[in-house]
Design a protein around this ligand. Structure first.
Ligand code: FAD
Length: 342
């Protein structure tokens, strides 16, 4: 029996700790409950909002519709060969705990993605990535419940349409797909990816083990990112902008110190943190919100109660970067709900 609650407070379920009232809220712990919740939303003619760990969402004051909190738990091995395993992780599992589990079991490949907050199910949504690895590289299958048909489906990695912090699950084509579990192909042989400069610098020279990479990633993240359990934040507030080569060359001419990372023959990724830092925003506090002194991409909520304050502050930064560099910053976390109390 589903426990649907009306006018439910989501303040403790989002890492920016913004006040938000969900019209309806239900936490589901199995695929059957998830399907029931989808039917219940249909019966109430309520739009569906999905909630994992709330670490990549900006919740406005009021969230109309049915908020479905993914609480499905479980980890298992679904395929095994001499070289690989395919692990199946349920959507409500904590991502970092799953990374630690895989490493301890001797299943390698997730170490660079340690300490990313949130749930397993949200991982493919924005194709979580860090230190030179993206989850898309490891995805074997993504299991979903289609909220339009109410049926279960499985998507291959190709069908997930992965890109930089992007996937089909963010697009109108896939917004109705609710991830219930994911399967990842991991190596049984120690295997590391240490091409990312900051990670390479933190490791000893010579051969390193996955356990060393895991420890190094955790140490780097703890030193440069505010912990959302003590400082309310959603990690990177802006995506690194990708511009065409002509724009990149113009910017390099005007700002010779600007870091640039070629994506392909025609496009270049810029550092949003560098631009924000150059403009003196690091450590600045306004409207109860501040740019973390530790990292210029992270906005910390000190005392703001509502999303509107966070958005107002972030708009100042967006305008400042657009004015100085002619580059439009795009927000990474999704803003949902309305700015009215009911
Ligand atoms: C300190 C900090 C550091 C971070 N570092 C990184 C980083 O290095 N790399 C990175 O990529 N991200 C990073 N993030 C962002 C965030 O942790 C990830 O995006 C994470 O995957 C969000 O998980 P969540 O469960 O909290 O998602 P939520 O915030 O609950 O939801 C995020 C989005 O996914 C949708 N969603 C959630 N669950 C499902 C589901 N089961 N099926 C379909 N859609 C779903 C929601 O509707 C929403 O649109 C960081 C955040 C913080 C606070």
């Amino acid at each position: 029996m589903l426990d649907v609650q009306a006018n439910f407070q989501l303040g403790s379920l989002n890492t920016l700790r913004l006040e938000c009232v969900a019209e309806y809220y239900v936490c589901v712990s199995s695929v059957e409950e998830l399907k029931e919740a989808v039917l219940e939303a249909k019966r109430r003619r309520a739009e569906i909002n999905l909630l994992g760990g709330g670490s990549n969402l900006i919740l406005n004051r009021y969230l109309p519709g049915m908020t479905i909190h993914l609480g499905l738990s479980g980890r298992s091995v679904s395929e095994e060969s001499n070289d690989h395993v395919v692990v199946c992780l349920q959507a409500g599992e904590d991502w970092h705990d799953a990374v630690l589990w895989a490493n301890a079991e001797g299943y390698f490949g997730l170490e660079n993605l340690a300490l990313i907050p949130g749930s397993v199910g949200a991982g493919p949504v924005q194709n979580i990535g860090a230190y030179g690895v993206e989850i898309s590289e490891l995805i074997e299958r993504v299991h979903v419940v289609d909220s339009q048909s109410g049926k279960n489906e499985s998507l291959s990695a190709d069908e997930c349409g992965f890109g930089y912090r992007n996937s089909v699950f963010k697009s109108p084509k896939g917004k109705h797909l609710i991830i219930s579990a994911i399967e990842l192909r991991l190596s049984k042989h120690p295997h590391v990816t240490i091409s990312y400069p900051a990670l390479k610098d933190a490791l000893p020279t010579g051969s390193v083990s996955p356990a060393q990479v895991l420890a190094a990633v955790i140490a780097i993240r703890q030193s440069k990112l505010p912990d959302p359990t003590s400082e309310a934040n959603v990690g990177s507030f802006f995506k690194n902008p990708i511009v065409d080569r002509v724009t990149a060359e113009r910017l390099q001419g005007e700002h010779p110190g600007m870091p640039q990372y070629p994506v392909d023959a025609n496009t270049v990724k810029l550092s949003a943190a560098w631009m924000i830092d150059q403009l003196g925003w690091r450590g600045v506090e306004d409207l109860g919100v501040s740019i973390s002194p530790k990292h210029a991409l992270v906005m910390v909520n000190k005392t703001a109660r509502y999303a509107s304050e966070v958005i107002e502050f972030s708009n100042k930064i967006t305008s400042s970067v657009a004015g100085a560099y002619g580059v439009v910053l795009e927000r990474e976390p999704e803003l949902i709900g309305t700015d009215t109390s009911v």
